[in-house]
Design a protein around this ligand. Structure first.
Ligand SMILES: Nc1ncnc2c1ncn2[C@@H]1O[C@H](COP(=O)(O)OP(=O)(O)O)[C@@H](O)[C@H]1O
Ligand SMILES: [Mg+2]
Length: 280
């Protein structure tokens, strides 16, 4: 049965549970809103959902304690709400869209998120939906939304969520084959990194399965997507190597700019830095 939540229609300033004042409204598409918690005196994020889904995410997050993953502070299942500390940044997808993140910050965020991914993989947990909209460039980089997290080793056919983001999903996930494995998250991390570096998706179809060789976007790539399509699975070491290479490219180019212009990077530097990474 579909869980329907009356708060979806509540407006800003509405006081929820006698405790939270909504600072942005819920809507059918917006399930996480900003609110003020009168009890703690802090700003929080309220996530709305069915008690089952929220309960799953709550239980999963409570088994993880790692920098880069935000623990929830409260679950109110009867109200269909979970409470998180509010992170003072738009998600990475929006920050990239607004051209509002520097290359070094973006890479550092992915490094911290990558380390968190290594950590929870060792605990047998797969995130399953890594993409820029689920990464918040605050606190050094936070991976959110463990709604679709699963156990490594489960049959893909038993897990595949209906909320799957196909543009970031590994071929094995899209083919609904085999077992859930670490490389699925690394594939999504790799697409995210490329999107950040080149500001465009590495393949032009909606998903990696849509494309044929001639549909690869022209130009440079950080990863060998053709090989990925043919079954190569990206490893954590490979991802971290590429990330380090990007760091090195940015740092080297920045140093060059500083020397040449004898000044810190100009405001248009974000774009410039990235275009230098692209050609490095
Ligand atoms: N703790 C938080 N602080 C600030 N914004 C958040 C927080 N959690 C989520 N968001 C915002 O809400 C959006 C949706 O959150 P998410 O947990 O991914 O839910 P959904 O399952 O609806 O995708 C995120 O993309 C992010 O912009
Ligand atoms: Mg999400």
């Amino acid at each position: 049965m579909k869980f329907s939540n009356a708060f979806l229609t509540r407006q800003v300033k509405y006081r929820l549970a006698g405790r939270f004042t909504l600072e942005s409204p819920f809507s059918a598409r917006r399930r996480v809103v900003q609110a003020y918690d009168h009890e703690s005196g802090k700003r929080v994020a309220l996530k709305q959902g069915s008690p089952e889904r929220l309960g799953r995410e709550w239980a999963r997050l409570n088994t993880l304690s790692v920098r880069g993953v935000l623990p929830p502070t409260l679950l109110l299942p009867a109200m269909g709400l979970m409470v998180f500390p509010w992170l003072p940044s738009a998600n990475l997808a929006l920050r990239l869209l607004a051209d509002d993140i520097s290359p070094l910050e973006g890479l550092a965020v992915l490094k911290q998120v990558g380390e968190a991914v290594c950590h929870f993989h060792r605990q047998g947990v797969l995130h399953g939906d890594i993409k820029p909209a689920n990464i918040i460039p605050a606190l050094g980089g936070v991976l959110i939304d463990f709604t679709d997290a699963s156990d490594i080793g489960m049959p893909v056919s038993q897990v595949i969520p209906c909320y799957l983001s196909p543009a970031f999903a590994a071929p094995g996930v899209l083919r609904n084959q085999g077992r859930m494995r670490e490389s699925f998250d690394w594939f999504s991390m790799a697409v995210t990194l490329e999107l950040m570096v080149f500001r465009q998706h590495p393949f032009s179809g909606k998903t990696i399965l849509d494309i044929s060789e001639h549909a690869w976007r022209s130009g440079h790539h950080c990863f060998d997507w053709k090989a990925c399509c043919r079954g190569h699975e990206i490893t954590p070491a490979e991802f971290m190597d590429v990330l380090d290479h990007c760091f090195h490219a940015v740092e080297t180019r920045c140093a060059g700019v500083h020397q040449a212009e004898d000044a810190s990077l100009p405001s248009a530097g974000v774009d410039r830095e990235w275009s230098r990474v692209r050609t490095a």
